[in-house]
Design a protein around this ligand. Structure first.
Ligand code: KIV
Ligand code: ZN
Length: 523
C-alpha cells in the first residue's frame, strides 16, 4: 500500500481534499448542526488532514455566520472557506466570517446552465458573465484565495462554460470548480468537461480545477475520480456522503479508492485515513443520520465476513477477501474486554481505542456511570454497546431539555401511561399521561412539558447487538413548519431510548427555530 500523506499540497499528483460536510452536508433536510457540533467536526477534519474546510454559508443566517467565524478563529491547519452567491452582500459577509482564519477562502458561485439562467436566475447569459467577473473581483479584494463555481456546470453549454471559466480566471479566481449539481453526469462525459477546459481556456494551467459531484444516480465518487483522471486536482466531498437529496461524493470513498488503487490512479491526498471512522461516527452522531450497514468503507459490515467460504479464505490469508485493512480506516481490532469490574482507566483506554480520545471530563463521568449500569444488566458487553453509549451522551452535550427519569405502565391490562421527569434549562419538571400504548404515552408526557406542533414522521428501533438483553437505539424524525429534525437515543430499556431520542429531536427543533434564514438559499 502506498503512503499518501507524504505528498505536498502542490505536487502535480496531489489531490486537494475540500470537505463540505459543514456546508453542503448540513443542507440535507434534518442534518442541521449547532455551533459546538460544527466545531467538533471541524476539529476532527483538521486532525484528519483535510486541506480545505467549507465551514458554511455565512449569509444564510446569523448562526451560520457565527459558526464560520468561530471555526476560522479556532481551527488551525486547513484553509477555511465560506460560500457566497454572486452579489456584494454575500461576498462581504463571507469575507468577514472567514477573516480570522490562518488561511481563508471565499467560494463564490452562480448558475451557468441554460435552465438555471432562464428559470432560476432569470438572467441573460451576458449578465451572468458580468456577474462572474464582478463577484470574483470583489472576492479578490478581500483575499488572494478565491474559488469560483459554475452551478449546474455539468449541464452548461460548453462554449459558455469556457467563457465563464476564462472570465473567472481573468478576474483572479485561483480555483475553478465544476459542480454536477443535480447528479446527472456520467463519468466519461464529466471527465470530458475537464479535458475541454484544459484544452480551451487560456490561463487554466495557473488554477486548480475542482470537481463537486452529487449522488443522484449513485455516480458521485465515480464522477469525481474521472475528473481527477482528466486533470482535476481538487475534489469536494463530505463525510459519509452527507448532502442534499442523495448526498455528495463521500470523502472516505474517494480517499480510499485513491489509496487502494494507486496502481491505476497514481494520485495522493494528505488524509490520515486512520481518522476516517472517527469522523464518520461523529458526523453520524451529530446529524442523527445513521450509516447504512453495507456502506463502503464506513458501514458496519464493510469489513465483516460471514459466509463460511469467505471466513475460511480470510483465515488462510486476509488479502483473499480484504482489499484494504480495517486498521487503515481506523477500525481497531479490540484487545480490551470490558465488564462490570472494569475501572475508569480501562474504560478510558477503551474509549481511546474506539476513537473517542477527546471527550470532556463531565461527559466521561456520565458515560462511565451509564456503562457501569449497563454492565450490571447485560452479560456480554461489546464495543458497539460502548459506542452507542458515548454517541448518545455526546449528542446531548448542549441540550436544554434533559432526560431525568421515566416510569411506564404497559401491557394488556389497564390503560398504558407514562410518568416522565425532565430538566428544562435549570428547572426540573414532571408529567404523567396515558396514551394508546407505552411509546405514545411517553411522547405525550414529554409533549406536555415541551409543547410543540411537530409531527412524528419516523420512529425506528434497532438493536445495537444480538440477544434479548441488547441495547436499543431509537431514531425519531420530527417535522414542524417544513423543518425536519432527527433525534437518536440509546439505552438498555427501549422506552428510555425512545424518550431520549424524542427529547434529542426536540432539542434540535429548538436550535432550528432560532435559526432565521433571510431568504431561500439556492446552493
Ligand atoms: O451543488 C452545487 O452546485 C453547489 C455549489 C454551490 C458549489 O453546492
Ligand atoms: Zn453541492
Amino acid at each position: 500500500m502506498t503512503a499518501v500523506n507524504d505528498h505536498t499540497a502542490s505536487a502535480p499528483d496531489r489531490v486537494v481534499i475540500f470537505d463540505t460536510t459543514l456546508r453542503d452536508g448540513e443542507q440535507s433536510p434534518g442534518a442541521s448542526m449547532n455551533l459546538e457540533e460544527k466545531l467538533r467536526i471541524a476539529t476532527v477534519l483538521a486532525e484528519m488532514g483535510v486541506d480545505i474546510i467549507e465551514a458554511g454559508f455565512p449569509i444564510a443566517s446569523n448562526g451560520d455566520f457565527e459558526a464560520v467565524q468561530e471555526i476560522a478563529k479556532t481551527i488551525r491547519g486547513p484553509v477555511i472557506a465560506g460560500l457566497a452567491r454572486a452579489n456584494p452582500r454575500d461576498i462581504d459577509r463571507a469575507a468577514e466570517a472567514v477573516k480570522p482564519a490562518q488561511r481563508s477562502r471565499i467560494h463564490t458561485f452562480i448558475s451557468t446552465s441554460p435552465l438555471h439562467m432562464k428559470y432560476k436566475l432569470q438572467m441573460e447569459p451576458t449578465a451572468v458573465l458580468n456577474a462572474v467577473t464582478e463577484s470574483v473581483t470583489r472576492a479578490r479584494n478581500h483575499t488572494d484565495d478565491v474559488e469560483w463555481s459554475a452551478e449546474d456546470g455539468s449541464r452548461t453549454e460548453p462554449d459558455f462554460l469556457c467563457r465563464c471559466v476564462e472570465a473567472a480566471i481573468k478576474a483572479g479566481a485561483t480555483t475553478i470548480n465544476i459542480p454536477d449539481t443535480v447528479g446527472y453526469a456520467v463519468p466519461e462525459e464529466f471527465a470530458q468537461i475537464f479535458r475541454m477546459l484544459r484544452e480551451r481556456v487560456p490561463g487554466v494551467e495557473d488554477v486548480i480545477l475542482s470537481a463537486h459531484c452529487h449522488n443522484d444516480l449513485g455516480l458521485a465518487v465515480a464522477n469525481s475520480l474521472a475528473a481527477v483522471e482528466a486533470g482535476a486536482r481538487q475534489v469536494e466531498c463530505t463525510i459519509n456522503g452527507l448532502g442534499e437529496r442523495a448526498g455528495n461524493a463521500a470523502l472516505e470513498e474517494i480517499v480510499m479508492a485513491l489509496r487502494t488503487r494507486h496502481d491505476v490512479m497514481p494520485f495522493g491526498t494528505g488524509i490520515h485515513t486512520e481518522s476516517i471512522m472517527k469522523a464518520s461516527r461523529l458526523v453520524s452522531t451529530v446529524t442523527g443520520f445513521t450509516v447504512q450497514p453495507n456502506k463502503a468503507i464506513v458501514g458496519n459490515n464493510a469489513f465483516a465476513h460471514e459466509s463460511g467460504i469467505h471466513q475460511d479464505g480470510m483465515l488462510k490469508h486476509a488479502s483473499t477477501y480484504e482489499i484494504m485493512t480495517p486498521e487503515s480506516v481506523g477500525l481497531v481490532r479490540s484487545t480490551l474486554v470490558m465488564g462490570k469490574h472494569s475501572g475508569r482507566n480501562a474504560f478510558r483506554t477503551k474509549l481511546k481505542e474506539l476513537g473517542f480520545d477527546d471527550i470532556g471530563d463531565n461527559a466521561f463521568e456520565e458515560v462511565f456511570g451509564r456503562f457501569k449500569d449497563l454492565a450490571d444488566k447485560k452479560k456480554d458487553l461489546y464495543d458497539e454497546d460502548i459506542v452507542a453509549l458515548v454517541d448518545d451522551e455526546l449528542a446531548r452535550v448542549n441540550d436544554r431539555i434533559r432526560f431525568v427519569s421515566l416510569g411506564v405502565m404497559a401491557g394488556s391490562i389497564g390503560q398504558p401511561s407514562a410518568q416522565i421527569v425532565l430538566q428544562l434549562d435549570d428547572e426540573t419538571r414532571w408529567s404523567q399521561t396515558s396514551g394508546n400504548g407505552p411509546v405514545d404515552s411517553v411522547f405525550k408526557a414529554i409533549s406536555e412539558l415541551v409543547p410543540h406542533h411537530a409531527r412524528l414522521a419516523l420512529y425506528q428501533v434497532h438493536a445495537v447487538t444480538g440477544g434479548t438483553d441488547a441495547q436499543a437505539e431509537v431514531t425519531v424524525r420530527l417535522e414542524e413548519d417544513g423543518k425536519t429534525v432527527i433525534g437518536q437515543g440509546a439505552d438498555h430499556d427501549t422506552l428510555v431510548a425512545s424518550a431520549r431520542a424524542y427529547i434529542h429531536a426536540l432539542n434540535k427543533l429548538l436550535v432550528k427555530r432560532q435559526k432565521t434564514a433571510p431568504e431561500a438559499l439556492s446552493a
